[in-house]
Design a protein. Structure first.
Lengths: 252, 285
């Protein structure tokens, strides 16, 4: 393939992602060594994505929907260059800001402040950049009075606020949002959506995984429906969400 | 296209960073570049492990210094008092050996442990996978510097030989660090596939320690076994370390070259082994 997708922010050309899992999971080296010597290690290929082609333009928000195990998170991780595709090609133009699952990357013994710096560095920011973002992170999270307390004293909602505040403190060309908005109270969710929408209007691209069809309709112009690692439908959000919901009702 | 109003720093300027899965550099190169980019993460991980290690203990960081001291005390009582090793300053001999050995064993164990217990970080977010091993070595370096303070104090009080050669100490320590990083990376890549490498490696370390003259003088070992011990890379590093710290003189060139060769070869081997399968790791953890 020669073309590289022109000016799209995210391009996937026929992407397949394959988990190669041993037929039986070998938990120990000893067990594996014995099987291997006997030439009895068998693998099963699990295709988490199969022949996915997508093109997302800058300034566009695309919802990723589908049942559990459809490949939504795998799609995000492929774009975030965590997973290298087994087949096909992924091209991402610009800086990508992933949003981690609740609590991942935090350390419960460290204070809120120390965690901001740790988390920022996990996202690839330099200490200096985090320093510059610090005031806005505190402000957005509303956690100023707890910031010197260890994270283990925080509630789940507070941890979620801190994580979101760090991940979205700076403009990035691409935001990868995986279900993080489902934690936290309504007011904070609104605040997060507002912030992401603001970035989008400035040209950021958003890939948004959610089970909440209401939020998807609110944020996204287009949606992609995945099932069994394949694209079922990719188009205007209303159309795709309706089709998906119809299918769910038929099955349920 | 979107006309930026100037509030949009990263979309300005022509060159945006582009990730193209079809034209990634070779993993050995890509990983090194990523490590450079994520150097602040290394710093954060080092400070995290130093801060959290003793966070809930009363004596805090003092344990870093006390631990080898207490081991020294026990070993000195046992070997010098009971077995009567013929050495003039056995306490310092064993302490110097323990400092370097602990540095090596703790660093390689932590490299492996931090990667596989990283809470699945590397399967969720892009970070250089070797960052844990590098941070483990960094943490080890901080610890060995702290642990050198009581050594120097004891040496001053017990008539040990500390000379200006001690200024040369960073060389043996850094060469050991290279070797430890290489070993740490190699065992890490194994541990990703087989978690029970972790307890297995502990056994290996125990055996390895007894094959290294860390707590006993080499002269006490029969000649033919001495030859065997000299093939052990850690023997070279401990020798070099002791010449500078314990004997207080500069090492001769051949010894230095040997250590440098082993250190660099160990690092390169570990780096290549680790990165050979680096793109599979996020599928495995």
């Amino acid at each position: 393939m020669t073309g590289n997708g022109g000016s799209a922010a995210i391009t996937l050309q026929d992407v397949s992602v394959c988990y190669r899992v041993p037929h039986e999971r070998y938990y120990s080296f000893k067990e594996f060594a014995i099987r291997w010597l006997q030439r009895r290690v068998e693998y099963v290929d699990f295709w988490a994505l199969r022949g996915v082609s997508l093109e997302v333009q800058p300034g566009e928000a695309v919802g990723v929907i589908g049942v559990n195990g459809a490949g939504k998170s795998t799609l995000l991780r492929t774009v975030a260059r965590v997973l290298h595709p087994a087949e096909g090609r992924v091209v991402v133009r610009g800086s990508a800001a992933p949003m981690l699952e609740l609590g991942t990357g935090f350390h419960s013994e460290l204070t809120g402040r120390e965690n901001i710096f740790l988390y920022g560095s996990l996202l690839g920011y330099t200490g200096q950049q985090v320093e510059e973002m610090y005031a806005s992170i505190i402000d957005f999270s509303g956690l100023e009075e707890f910031i010197n307390a260890p994270l283990r004293t925080y509630s789940t909602g507070m941890v979620a606020r801190l994580g979101f505040a760090v991940a979205t403190a700076r403009y990035a060309d691409i935001f990868l949002v995986d279900e993080v908005l489902s934690v936290g109270d309504e007011a904070f969710q609104r605040k997060c959506i507002h912030r992401i929408e603001g970035y989008r209007q400035r040209g950021a691209t958003i890939l948004f995984v959610s089970h909440s069809m209401g939020t998807v309709k609110e944020i996204c112009q287009r949606a992609v429906w995945l099932d069994g690692g394949r694209v079922v439908q990719f188009g205007p959000t209303d159309v795709v969400v309706s089709a998906y919901q119809e299918k769910l009702q038929d099955n349920g | 296209m979107h006309s930026s109003d100037g509030k949009n720093p990263s979309s300005q300027g022509a060159s945006k960073e582009i990730y193209d899965s079809a034209s990634r550099p070779a993993p050995v190169i890509e990983e090194a570049l990523a490590l450079l980019h994520y150097r602040d993460l290394i710093r954060q991980l080092i400070s995290r492990s130093i801060k959290t290690r003793y966070k809930r203990s009363v004596l805090g960081v003092a344990w870093t210094m006390l631990n080898p001291l207490l081991s020294m005390l026990v070993l000195t009582l046992v070997f010098s008092g009971i077995f009567r090793y013929p050495m003039q300053n056995y306490a310092l001999y064993v302490l110097s050996g323990l400092l370097l050995w602990n540095f090596f064993s703790q660093t390689t164990t932590a490299a492996m442990g931090d990667l596989i217990w990283s809470g699945g970080l590397i399967s969720r977010i892009f970070i250089p996978k070797s960052v844990f091993a590098v941070a483990a070595v960094g943490t080890g370096l901080v610890n060995i510097i702290l642990a050198l303070i009581p050594y120097l104090l004891i040496s001053a009080f017990t008539g040990g030989t500390i000379t200006a050669a001690v200024l040369f100490l960073p060389v043996p320590v850094l060469l050991t660090a290279c070797f430890a990083l290489g070993v740490g990376l190699a065992v890490s890549s194994l541990a990703i596939y087989f978690p029970d490498i972790v307890p297995m490696y502990e056994v290996v370390l125990t055996a390895w320690m007894y094959l290294t003259p860390a707590i006993y003088p080499l002269e006490l070992v029969p000649d033919n076994i001495q030859e065997l011990i000299k093939l052990n890379p850690m023997y070279t590093f401990i020798q070099l370390f002791r010449v500078v710290l314990y004997e207080g003189r500069l090492p001769d060139v051949s010894m230095l070259l040997q250590a440098a060769g082993i250190g660099i070869a160990g690092l390169l081997t570990g780096w290549v082994l680790f990165n050979r399968k680096a793109r599979e790791y996020s599928y495995r953890i």
